[in-house]
Design a protein around this ligand. Structure first.
Ligand SMILES: Nc1ncnc2c1ncn2[C@@H]1O[C@H](COP(=O)(O)OS(=O)(=O)O)[C@@H](OP(=O)(O)O)[C@H]1O
Length: 351
């Protein structure tokens, strides 16, 4: 006989099997609610904090989902610094390696042209942006530097370019400490033209700066050049080269003529390929002269396979400079140039 409660009413607690069932239903309901909320948050909110809390349109949800797949990151936290130059996309084969060759300078020498031309070679993979590791970002460590690099196969060479390395005192030692076998490429150009190019670039960003003449001299009538002005200092190639020669033999440094790079890109790139120990694949066939640009351009770029000239910041019309100032600067640079030719055993004919 079933026992009744003392009051005579049905027992206050339900029998055990139905209690378990109710519990399970509740847990399942809570779980499905949490899942829906999680999916909603991931698709609509994580990608953009400003996203409205309304339902996501399907296209937007799909785009957000795609973005999430490409750039996994935690909600509410700042994204990690994107590896410069590496586009998101399907994983490429190979390994991220530290560069075996670096275009270390010089600013406005033609470094972008060398990088864009050499990366057409199937045995070369280049970092598109300037990582500035050995000057500004050294504190981030070699693993950070490596993470920026494109993936390479065993047979391929990783290359990067940062023109400011050439005038960075610590750069030779730091590169040597990374690998004493690093091959160095320096694109040099008539230091007077280089200075004007440098100034033209700065002026395009800061139109209020003093005149070129004003910045060049400490005392114009005495012909005293201001060697503390970067645009002037960078062109004293012989001085900067000494720091590199304390760590690297001359045979490990290749000098590209910025002038010949324009008149004979295939010839200069042929020598770069020899220096890197790779087959001469980049030849005359890779270039055409673009009359509008006024420079040689690639018939097929590495990225798109389409004809490509360098951007607007390459090949600007230079600021007109008083010919007398140019003459004074030629005189100033002459001894440095001569010393430089003697040291590298190459005459760049900047007279
Ligand atoms: N093929 C081709 N197309 C365009 N420009 C070319 C090319 N080859 C060399 N150059 C010269 O490269 C100069 C810019 O040098 P950099 O690339 O080293 O500049 S930067 O330091 O990276 O800003 C740039 O200097 P400016 O002419 O003074 O702008 C060019 O003269």
């Amino acid at each position: 006989m079933a026992r009744r409660a003392p009051s005579g009413r049905a027992p206050a607690v339900a029998p055990a099997p139905s209690r378990r069932l109710a519990g399970r239903v509740l847990v399942l309901f809570t779980l499905s609610l949490s899942c829906s909320y999680l999916c909603y948050s991931l698709l609509c909110c994580c990608g953009s904090p400003a996203a409205p809390r309304a339902r996501c349109p399907p296209a937007r949800a799909a785009a957000a989902a795609k973005k999430l797949l490409q750039q996994p990151r935690a909600c509410g936290r700042a994204p990690p610094a994107p590896p410069a130059g590496s586009a998101p996309g399907p994983a490429r084969p190979g390994t991220k390696r530290l560069p075996r060759a670096i275009v270390v300078g010089v600013k406005k020498g033609g470094t972008r042209a060398v990088l864009e031309f050499i990366r057409v070679h199937p045995e070369v993979r280049a970092l598109g942006t300037e990582p500035h590791f050995f000057d500004r970002n050294y504190h981030r460590g070699l693993e950070w530097y490596r993470s920026l690099m494109p993936r390479t196969l065993d047979s391929q060479i990783t290359v990067e370019k940062t023109p400011s390395y050439f005038v960075t005192k610590e750069a030779p030692r730091r590169i040597f400490n990374m690998s004493r076998d690093t091959k160095l490429i320096v694109v040099v150009r008539n230091p007077v033209t280089r200075a004007i190019s440098d100034y033209t670039q700065t002026l395009s960003k800061k139109p209020d700066i003093p005149t070129f003449e004003g910045l060049t001299f400490r005392n114009r009538s005495l012909g005293l050049v201001d060697t503390s002005w970067n645009a002037i200092r960078i062109g004293m190639y012989a001085v900067h080269l000494q720091s590199w020669l304390q760590y690297f033999p001359l045979s490990q440094i290749h000098f590209v003529s910025g002038e010949k790079l324009i008149t004979d890109p295939a010839g200069e790139m042929g020598k770069v390929q020899d220096f890197l120990g790779i087959k001469r694949v980049i030849t005359d066939k890779h270039f055409y002269f673009n009359k509008t640009k006024g420079f040689p351009c690639l018939k097929k770029s590495e990225s798109s396979g389409l004809p490509r000239c360098l951007g607007k910041s390459k090949g600007r019309t230079h600021v007109q400079i008083d010919p007398e100032v140019i003459e004074q600067l030629r005189d100033f640079y002459r001894p440095y140039n001569i010393k430089f030719y003697e040291t590298v055993g190459q005459d760049f004919r900047w007279e």
